[in-house]
Design a protein around this ligand. Structure first.
Ligand SMILES: CC(C)(COP(=O)(O)OP(=O)(O)OC[C@H]1O[C@@H](n2cnc3c(N)ncnc32)[C@H](O)[C@@H]1OP(=O)(O)O)[C@@H](O)C(=O)NCCC(=O)NCCS
Length: 143
């Protein structure tokens, strides 16, 4: 089941999957509680197994209303079972209703096939994010 959750609800998975177990307060993004930000969780039996965050942010290369996808993480034992795909597809439908034109993200190289499977395309050269590794900017037109 997919639901909107508070920013604090996504922190444990962010920490575990994306930040090597760092303290929750170090996993907060500056815009987490800003207007236009929202957080989604996919649950199984009330447990959160996958999370993602979106915030209103245009990308320099594209026209219209953009949202950045961040903090995409699925619990290791549930990876590859469709939970992340369901979450982003839910967000795409919701954001179309908000008159958003596109979604973009900084995708880890290891997650490229996940985003490609959702229809995203690569729109930058490879670049390095210190401490995390190689990334690409990816873009999905939704309207
Ligand atoms: C990448 C990630 C978010 C995908 O979520 P997920 O719930 O495992 O993805 P789904 O099961 O919905 O989709 C799996 C698809 O993505 C692809 N994929 C890419 N990377 C994958 C990974 N590390 N694990 C599982 N599937 C992955 C698979 O090929 C699969 O495609 P298919 O359905 O055509 O076989 C998740 O695996 C994860 O949390 N990885 C570690 C953290 C990470 O890299 N986050 C992204 C930061 S940009």
């Amino acid at each position: 089941m997919i639901k909107f959750v508070r920013s604090t609800d996504v922190l444990p998975l962010r920490s575990l999957v994306l930040r090597n177990g760092k303290p929750l307060q170090e996993c907060v993004f500056p815009f987490d509680d800003a207007e236009g930000s929202f957080h989604l969780a996919n649950t199984r039996d009330h447990d959160i197994i996958s999370v993602v965050t979106f915030h209103a942010a245009n990308h320099r290369k594209f026209e219209g209303k953009g949202y950045q996808l961040r903090g995409m993480a699925t619990l290791p034992e549930y990876q590859g079972k469709g939970a992340g795909n369901e979450l982003v597809n839910f967000a795409i439908t919701y954001l179309r209703g908000q008159n958003a034109n596109y979604i973009w993200c900084n995708a880890r190289k290891a997650a490229l096939s996940f985003y490609k499977g959702l229809g995203f395309e690569i729109v930058s050269e490879e670049f390095e994010i210190e401490g995390i590794g190689a990334h690409y900017e990816m873009y999905l037109k939704i309207k």
